[in-house]
Write a protein that binds this ligand. Structure first.
Ligand SMILES: CC(C)(COP(=O)(O)OP(=O)(O)OC[C@H]1O[C@@H](n2cnc3c(N)ncnc32)[C@H](O)[C@@H]1OP(=O)(O)O)[C@@H](O)C(=O)NCCC(=O)NCCS
Length: 382
């Protein structure tokens, strides 16, 4: 005993860095070599070659679908994109300055109340819920955007996949060919990423045998923070604030001199470049050029060069996804919600994996205050 506390033979790992807290088949981040695998497939081998629906099928089944399976899933998802009218009413009730991630979290929790399988928790019911969530989250984002703009809502087109439907419902016109490619790539690249903070949050909630919508709402809350998915919005704000390539040097020097973090850089696991950044960098340059704001890409590239040189850290997924989404006409405060729309497929995969072999996730803590303090009744306290 020390200071009245029992000596505990336990190691405290700040931020759980390096702690193995789950077994999973779904994805693996090899931080040393800068590799990301979805169920064994290297992301570089499948990015730009597979659709979002193929990746969803892979994460949920451990193999890619054949054409019939792919068409069936695509059709099922497109048919589930409609929201209950009560959830649309909720979106209309939200204050116009509420952050889209706050609204998304609230709407997903509400979807749990109206889900036809609410209160049912077997594997078949959970798969049906998973499909509805993957289909409905993009609709929440698109509908919220149009409600804020005072525009009429657009129903999903059953012929389109999720990514095209998202852009169609958001902007009111089917995407151009390049947008079709890039939106699906964004969805594919963000689908899963090991035991990141939001996935862990979702698995912790699922491990209590709480329902899938509750676990997803918790995961969305974790993704919202600027140290996680919220970084992409901050990156765009930074690039627009810098404004000119000539201003990059002073801006970065000012940030680093003051030990401030540059959003979209660094990673808990990667010790080299985030493999997703390579694909997004390419399309950031292409789209910024096409849209007539090449300088936004040039600013980003100069920020990357200086931060690499001066801090030895690399861009993560959020850095170039910012300018890519901007070039697709997505408002910056919706960037993290788009990330969530993709990651929903990964989150539900992890939640189902957790249910399939569950043990309550309940770590312990290292108690650091005193023990055995004598109690003083209120009228005797100074
Ligand atoms: C992602 C992140 C939270 C990982 O954090 P972590 O593993 O806890 O690493 P730390 O925050 O302890 O950083 C380790 C060192 O790198 C520095 N560093 C990490 N990310 C940095 C960044 N984006 N800008 C400047 N310095 C950074 C830290 O200041 C620290 O330096 P020090 O040892 O001299 O104090 C962190 O890199 C970060 O905050 N990045 C910006 C937010 C972001 O882009 N998040 C999206 C992640 S996908």
């Amino acid at each position: 005993m020390a200071n009245g506390k029992p000596a505990e033979d336990k190691t405290f790992v700040r931020g759980l860095e390096g702690v193995v807290a789950a077994e999973t088949n779904i994805s693996w981040v090899d931080g040393i070599h800068g590799k990301l695998y979805y169920w064994g497939y290297d992301i570089h081998d499948i990015a730009e070659k597979v659709t979002f629906e193929e990746v969803i099928y892979l994460l949920w089944n451990g193999r890619f679908p054949n054409r019939t399976e792919w068409e069936t899933l695509r059709r099922e998802l497109a048919s589930e994109m409609r929201l209950p009218s009560q959830v649309v009413d909720l979106l209309k009730l939200m204050p116009p300055n509420a952050h889209p991630m706050q609204v998304l979290q609230t709407a997903v929790a509400m979807l749990g109340v109206f889900d036809p399988d609410s209160g049912i928790s077997g594997p078949e019911a959970n798969l049906r819920k998973a499909k509805r969530l993957v289909a409905q989250v993009p609709t929440i984002i698109a509908d919220l955007h149009r409600i804020r703009k005072g525009l009429p809502l657009i129903s999903a087109d059953p012929q389109l996949g999720i990514s095209d439907n998202f852009l169609y419902m958001l902007r009111g016109a089917p995407p151009e060919e390049i947008e079709h490619t890039v939106m699906d790539l964004i969805m594919v690249l963000h689908t899963d990423h090991g035991l990141n903070a939001s996935t862990f949050a979702g698995r912790v909630i699922a491990s209590t045998l709480s329902d899938m919508h509750a676990a997803l709402a918790g995961a969305i809350g974790a993704l919202k923070g600027p140290l996680h998915g919220g970084a992409n919005q901050k990156v765009m704000e930074m690039i627009l604030q810098i404004g000119k390539v000539d201003m990059v040097q002073d801006y970065i020097a000012g940030m680093l001199d003051n030990r401030r973090k540059i959003m979209g850089f660094g990673h808990r696991v990667y010790r080299t470049e985030d493999p997703r950044a390579r694909h997004l960098r390419k399309y950031s340059e292409m789209l910024c050029e096409m849209r007539g704001f090449r300088e936004l890409y040039d600013i980003s590239h100069k920020v990357e060069t200086l931060v690499r040189e001066q801090k030895g850290i690399y861009p993560n997924v959020d850095f170039y996804s910012a300018t890519v989404q901007h070039a697709m006409g997505i408002p910056a405060d919706f960037f993290t919600a788009v990330f969530a729309a993709s990651r929903t497929a990964g989150w539900v995969a992890h939640i189902m994996e957790q249910y399939a072999d569950n043990r309550l996730i309940r770590p312990t803590s290292k108690y650091t205050a005193e023990l055995g303090i004598p109690f003083t009744p209120m009228d005797k306290r100074s």
